[in-house]
Design a protein around this ligand. Structure first.
Ligand SMILES: Nc1nc2c(ncn2[C@@H]2O[C@H](COP(=O)(O)OP(=O)(O)OP(=O)(O)O)[C@@H](O)[C@H]2O)c(=O)[nH]1
Ligand SMILES: [Mg+2]
Length: 443
């Protein structure tokens, strides 16, 4: 398995790298993974598992062993994520065109036609037909094999929307399909014209004209094919998620030290800089402890604002929390260094904690080497707030938070132990769910 991978956002939004990992259900959805994600797809796959055999001229359903049926159902579930790794390879449009022209020109007339005019029109019609097919078939393969968004796991769906822009994926596929239809129409039209030629010269001219026209149609409309190629590259580069491996997701305001902790805890090597939104995507790292493999995801920071005002980077973080069964390592910075005041961080924290209450959770107060005796008070803050909870938070973060510093290494050993404990619990939870699913399916 790769040590770490990063996802660069492309297209309409700035590039980013995304630490990602596991996935499945939104909060509280640990119980029924695949079924909750894409019922339609699962049902259809299930229906396909019943086959029929002809025995003594009567058709009877094949009796499948329960075991095989369960296996099929489980594999249908596991297929509900990982679609990006199965995308078809897209050829650059110019290569499709040149290859099609080359192949079409090599097509010979049918054997045994003695009449020169007939032979020429036969050759012309066949070459035009070949050109049309050589261009249309790859386009059809792409349109059919790029998954429909509605059949994707909700997390992958969010990635498409947030990384490519809402509607962009579908619109490019639609344009590729429109190009295919136009090529087929033009090719057929000219092949038919050529087949109706009465003279050899007429057939030759119609062939040349038809070739030119089909080439022109493809050339003018081929840009979406190259855009699809870019989309495939972007999506394939997204970190691979294993839903059955426990995952830790680092969350917090921007610049609080999330990526620094990911570097300490895992193989992930996200960029660390002293400005907000250094992490511009989901990036994944791994932890191997006592022969067990765990995954760690870094996420972009969250600001104090309403969901409708959030940027796509913040939305990616929320998509991870909503759709992937991650344990959360929530990072707080009370040093006054990160740019988000402790009271704003407290507000964000309370909202996220409440929203994702069912996730396993661990709080850390980062940069403990910078913490002074008295809590940091921002100019915008009320030093004598009557909010007891807030005053407590400013001093030491939420109850039970571990104080850590990647600079002085304070608290790092304790943090690693606690993270391991958390992920071990998550592992038990995942195994439990798997057992429950198997039982349900055998029932
Ligand atoms: N003194 C001190 N500085 C730290 C510590 N941890 C992180 N920093 C600094 O804090 C700044 C932000 O660290 P990052 O790890 O990039 O923070 P982040 O939360 O990932 O930031 P975004 O990706 O922008 O949201 C960097 O300049 C780090 O060097 C720490 O324990 N002590
Ligand atoms: Mg970061």
């Amino acid at each position: 398995m790769s040590a770490s991978s990063s996802l660069f956002l492309t297209g309409k939004i700035p590039s980013s790298n995304i630490f990602l990992r596991s996935s499945i259900f939104s909060k509280g959805m640990y119980m029924v993974p695949g079924a909750a994600i894409c019922p339609l797809m699962c049902i259809s796959k299930y229906m396909q598992t019943t086959s029929y055999e002809v025995v003594n001229e009567s058709i009877i359903p094949t009796v499948q062993s329960k075991e095989k049926e369960t296996k099929d159902k489980l594999s249908a579930k596991s297929e509900s994520i990982g679609a990006f790794q199965k995308l078809p390879m897209v050829m650059p449009s110019v290569d499709i065109l040149y290859s099609a022209l080359r192949k079409a020109k090599r097509v010979l007339p049918s054997k045994g036609i003695a009449n020169v005019a007939k032979r020429e029109r036969n050759r012309g019609a066949k070459q035009l037909d070949a050109l049309m097919k050589e261009l249309a078939i790859p386009l059809r393969t792409y349109v059919e094999n790029f998954p429909k968004k509605k059949y994707l796991h909700p997390y992958e769906r969010s990635l498409i929307e947030l990384t490519l822009g809402d509607g962009y994926y579908e619109s490019v596929l639609q344009k590729v399909d429109a190009l295919r239809k136009k090529v087929v129409l033009t090719g057929k039209e000219h092949a038919s014209l050529c087949a109706k030629s009465t003279l050899k010269r007429e057939a030759e001219e119609r062939l040349t004209e038809g070739m030119k026209k089909v080439e022109e149609v493809f050339d003018q409309g081929r840009k979406p094919v190259d855009l699809l190629l870019d989309i495939a590259k972007t999506l394939r580069a997204m970190p691979v998620i294993d839903l059955e491996t426990p995952t830790l997701c680092l969350v917090g305001a921007p610049n609080v030290g999330k990526s620094s902790l990911v570097r300490v805890l895992s193989t992930g090597k996200p960029e660390v800089c002293n400005y907000p939104f250094t992490t511009r995507g989901i990036l994944m790292g791994h932890i191997v402890l006592h022969y067990q493999q765990f995954q760690v995801t870094d996420t972009p920071g969250l600001l104090k604002r309403h969901d409708e005002d959030r940027n796509n980077l913040e939305k990616l973080t929320l998509a991870v929390l909503s759709h992937l069964p991650t344990a959360v390592l929530y990072v707080h910075d009370l040093s006054g260094e990160c740019g988000t005041s402790p009271s704003d961080q407290f507000t964000i924290y309370k909202e996220i904690r409440e929203r994702f209450a069912k996730h396993l959770w661990l709080d850390v107060v980062a940069k403990s080497d910078l913490l002074q005796k008295s809590p940091v008070i921002f100019v915008t803050e009320d030093a004598n707030s009557s909010d007891v909870e807030l005053m407590k938070y400013r001093k030491a973060g939420p109850d039970g938070a571990i104080q850590v510093s990647v600079k002085s290494e304070q608290g790092l050993n304790e943090l690693k132990c606690r993270v391991h404990e958390l992920l071990t619990i998550q592992m038990a939870k995942i195994n439990n769910e798997k057992d429950n699913q198997e039982e349900q399916m055998m029932a």
